[in-house]
Design a protein around this ligand. Structure first.
Ligand SMILES: [Zn+2]
Length: 290
């Protein structure tokens, strides 16, 4: 799934390349992935509109057209957006293809057919699940260490991995960067938020900023086409069985609420036993402090 650094890179690329361009034609390939709220066919409604603003909100890419129409894209797990210029092969599994007045194409594609595209009047976001429920923007000036402490207090019973990955609390940290942030903060993903010390919360706050900004720099520096995900800077994500870059221990994968999480069991040790393991004899290493 494209995460914040990816969406920022996509947004900035499209701002440079297609802002003020006109849509010559729109071709719908997968009507089932499109929710059109305009009341007229998108092929007619989109023709001759200009891209006047390009930005993103949480995991949603927002393309504003002539200030009268918005296309909101949720790429989900495998959706991709391609700015196809002369000589490029178009990606497969297109949902919609927009031909622009400079001869290039904007293709939105998804081989898993989970991505969703909303075509609507500006500001009418109610039909988009999750759009109006985004939490605080983690790159906004309002996201201070104090705010994180307050949020942690409100969500003290959650596992920390669930807490930072919840877009209604923090907007937004996806699965890959959530793993990287907890690795940087040296916190086990299943740690209960209430058990984090003030110093650990401070470390978590710093790690959120540093890991996201580092990701932004890395994605920008990679110079890849916007339909490719840049992940080679990741230290634990999708690296199960490989050596931790800090201590050499093998990276582990575990499930948290149905999601795969990756972590180093040495750098991110379990803080305390939540349950007493009655199968171990008394005096064994697992009984101490249980
Ligand atoms: Zn390690």
């Amino acid at each position: 799934m494209p995460e914040l650094p990816d969406l920022l890179s996509i947004t900035q690329h499209l701002q440079r390349r297609i802002l003020n361009r006109r849509i010559v034609s729109a071709t719908i390939h997968q009507p089932v992935a499109i929710r059109n709220l305009l009341g007229e066919p998108p092929e007619d409604a989109l023709r001759d509109l200009f891209f006047t603003r390009i930005d993103f909100h949480g995991p949603f890419l927002r393309l504003t057209l002539s200030s009268t129409v918005e296309i909101v894209v949720h790429l989900m797990l495998a959706g991709r957006i391609q700015h196809q210029v002369k000589g490029d092969h178009p990606l497969g599994f297109k949902i919609i293809a927009l031909k622009l007045d400079d001869g290039t194409w904007l293709n939105i594609c998804d081989e898993q057919k989970m991505a969703k595209i909303y075509i609507l009047h500006p500001g009418d976001y109610t039909p988009i699940p999750g759009f109006n429920e985004q939490g605080i923007d983690i790159r906004s000036p309002g996201f201070t260490e104090d705010v994180l402490r307050q949020l942690a207090k409100q969500h003290s019973r959650k596992q920390v991995r669930v807490f930072i990955n919840d877009h209604t609390i923090l907007s937004s940290i996806g699965n890959a960067y959530a793993d990287e942030i907890l690795f940087a903060a040296k916190i086990h993903p299943k740690t209960i938020v209430a058990s984090l010390s003030p110093a650990e919360l401070q470390g978590l706050y710093r790690a959120i900023g540093e890991v996201i900004e580092d990701g932004i720099r890395h994605v920008a520096g990679a110079g890849q086409p916007i339909h490719l995900k840049v992940r080679d800077h990741m230290k634990v994500r999708n690296r199960q069985g490989l050596a931790c870059p800090v201590c050499g221990t093998k990276i582990r994968r575990e499930g948290v609420r149905g999601y795969d999480v990756f972590f180093c069991p040495a750098c991110q040790p379990v803080r305390r036993k939540v349950f007493i393991d009655w199968s171990k004899p008394p005096g064994g290493e697992n009984s101490a402090g249980a």
